[in-house]
Structure formats: structure tokens, C-alpha cells
Design a binder for this molecule. Sequence first.
Ligand code: ADP
Ligand code: ASP
Ligand code: MG
Length: 407
Amino acid sequence: MARLVLKFGGTSVGTVERIQNVARRVKAVVDAGNEVAVVVSAMSGETNKLVGFCREIAPLHDAREYDAVVASGEQVTAGLLSMALQELGVSARSWLGWQIPLETDGAHGAARIMGIDTAEIERRMKEGQVAVVAGFQGIGPDRRIATLGRGGSDTSAVALAAAMKADRCDIYTDVDGVYTTDPRIVERARKLDRITYEEMLEMASVGAKVLQIRSVEMAMKHRVRVQVLSSFEDKPGTLVVDEDEIVEQELISGIAYSRDEAKVTVVKVSDRPGVAAAVFGPLADANVNVDMIVQNVSDDGSTTDVTFTVGKSDLALAQKVLDDHRAAIGFESIHADGNVAKISVIGVGMRSHAGIARLMFETLAQKGINIQVISTSEIKISVLVAAEYTELAVRALHTAYGLDSAA
Ligand code: ADP
Ligand code: ASP
Ligand code: MG
């Protein structure tokens, strides 16, 4: 007997039939004698629809009200899955974030989990009841609903698994594991049997949506065994594990892309000490995450252009913040470009091998793809390119690094 947390993503609970399919899967795991808690996402498309409503009403909306709206999708699926389980004769009860409670900090829209009281859920679990937890949501210090950022149900599931010391957290999704790159854009992507926490963290941080980055951070910190697998097929998925559990380490583990970033250029900022702080300080105060940064001295030598990327959803806010601080920063204009994609190559082997970056730059050059911004970490290289080259760049790099599957 094991204690398991099973998480089902949006596609897996996208229709009533699929919810019934999930219920059958959960029942099979319960019937095998396991203690089970389930975390659900909203039906696929639902959260996007709700976010769209918020943006229509107010582009720079109140984050508390945003949370009140977008958390509702998971309430529906938690209730429906509990019902579907009951129909199959499985004892089940739904739990919203505040009912558990799953406590978060006050960063509405991207809240962090501070603690989960699992006592009651565990008590009922021992009696054979399945807890069906609404993912993506908790309750903030202001006693209001707080959501955990897009894709946050993964984090709900891993956090719950950590809190109740589960043997494993199974993330059921619409692909059968973690691949060398998004299998939806590269046909010859290869499924990985295992991936290290560290590589998964980098993959998630540069846009591989298969797991939310915070869920990987949490799994790594609390040593939760995570498996990513298909909710439609019955076969083993990918295990996220410690580095020492991987027998043969590949040089490059994967290629990822993100179309969720936008490029901002602050043109002709005076080139003096303190200017970076003047630009990025107010953005940080407004909770705008800045990712890649480049600074170029302009032709006249006295001014500089500062280019950086932010999440697309933060673009309007970033522009407003810079405009509000225009007098203090001193610049000529701001250019925003949402038509970009970030392409990244990830691999722990990079630490000890030269020439990985060169292959990336040469491969993109051969395809005529211009690199706008570059950033690197110990085990990752990212470049910003025009969005229309996303697929071409990912496929070319996948081949160049020898990741294509044989057939
Ligand atoms: P869910 O709704 O189940 O949470 P997501 O859409 O959030 O599902 O994540 C699964 C998707 O992640 C897949 O459909 C796939 O397109 C995408 N993806 C991106 N990179 C990868 C990768 N390296 N391996 C597997 N899937 C990936
Ligand atoms: N429903 C939320 C989203 O679409 C959370 C999740 O699916 O993980 O972002
Ligand atoms: Mg997801």
C-alpha cells in the first residue's frame, strides 16, 4: 500500500466523459489498496476564458478580484470529480483551498504556498475517503482566495504530496511524459524515462509547460518523487529524480521555448551609475519579473539602450511603471515587442563541455535566424528570436544536438 497524490490537468478533465474516465482511473488506484488524494485543474480553456473576462473589464485589474474569478474553474471540476467517484461507489469529498486550508502569502495572482493543514484529509483518507482538492488556489493572509500562478495545480499537487509525506506525486496530463522538447512541435522528440530535478527546473523555468516551475522547486526541496504520465494511456511516464539516480547522463537533456515573454527597450537612457537601479527598481517594486537583460552603449557614447524581457501579461504594467518614473530615469522612448520567442538549450553536461553555445549560434545562423538577446546559466543557454522562427529554431536545435529519435 502506498500513499499517492494524483493530479489531473485541464485536458484530462476537459469534458464530463473525461472526468468519468479520471474517476475510473482513481478508483483503480484506490482498489489496489492505496491511500489517495486527487488534485484537479479547471477544464481546459476555462482559465484562459476567465482571464480574458478580467482583461476585458480592466486591463490593469485588481489582483484580489482576478483571483476570485479565475479560481472558480477548479471549484467546478473538484465537485464534478467527487460526484463521479461517488457514482462509482468510491467515498470522495471535494476541498477548496480555504477549506483545507492551504495557506498562501499575499501575492495575489502568483501566490506562494506557506502551509497546508492536512490533518482532516489524512484522517478521512485512512478511512478510505478520497480527497478531491481544487488545484491552483489557496487562502491568503487577507482571508481571500489566492491563486498560485498559471499552471499552479502542479504546485498544489506537489505541495500536498510533501505535506502528507506521500510516496509519489503522479501528474497526469495529455502527453505520456517529459520529452527532449515539446512533442507537439517536434515529431521526433524523445521521451525521457528519467530527468533530474535540476534539469526539470531549468526546462520549466524557460517555458516547458509540462510542469510549473514552482512545483519542481517544491519537489526538489522536499524530495517528492514526481512522475509525469498520460491520463489517456496506461503506461509508465517520466520520473523526476536526483542526479545520482541517473545512470547515463546526456550532455543536453532538452530544448524549450516560450512565447510568453515580451521585449522592452528603453531608448537613450543617460549612461551614468545608478541607471540600471532606476529602471529595474520600480519594476521590482511593482512585482514585474524581468528575465533577460542587455545594455548597449549608443553611438553618441553618453546614452545607453536597455533591453529586457518581461512576461507578456506584465507588459502593460511594465510600460506604465516606466512611464510613471520617466522623470527619475530619464529616457527618450520605450519600445515594446510582443512578437518574440525565447529558445533555450538545457543540460547539466554543459558544466564540463565547451562548444555547446557555439553549436547553438551556428545552427541558428545557418537557418538565417537573428538572435536579439542572449542569456546563460550554468546549465542553460537562452536566446530571444522573432516569434515566427520558434518551430524552425526548436527543430533545428533538436537535430543539431543529436536529440532526434531514431525512426
Ligand atoms: P495540463 O493541463 O495537464 O497541466 P499542460 O498543457 O500544462 O497540461 O502541460 C502539458 C503540455 O506541455 C503538453 O501538451 C506539451 O505540449 C507541453 N510541453 C512542453 N514542453 C514539453 C516537454 N519537454 N515534454 C512534454 N511536454 C511538453
Ligand atoms: N487552471 C489553471 C491554469 O490554467 C491551473 C492549472 O491548470 O494548473 O493555469
Ligand atoms: Mg499544466
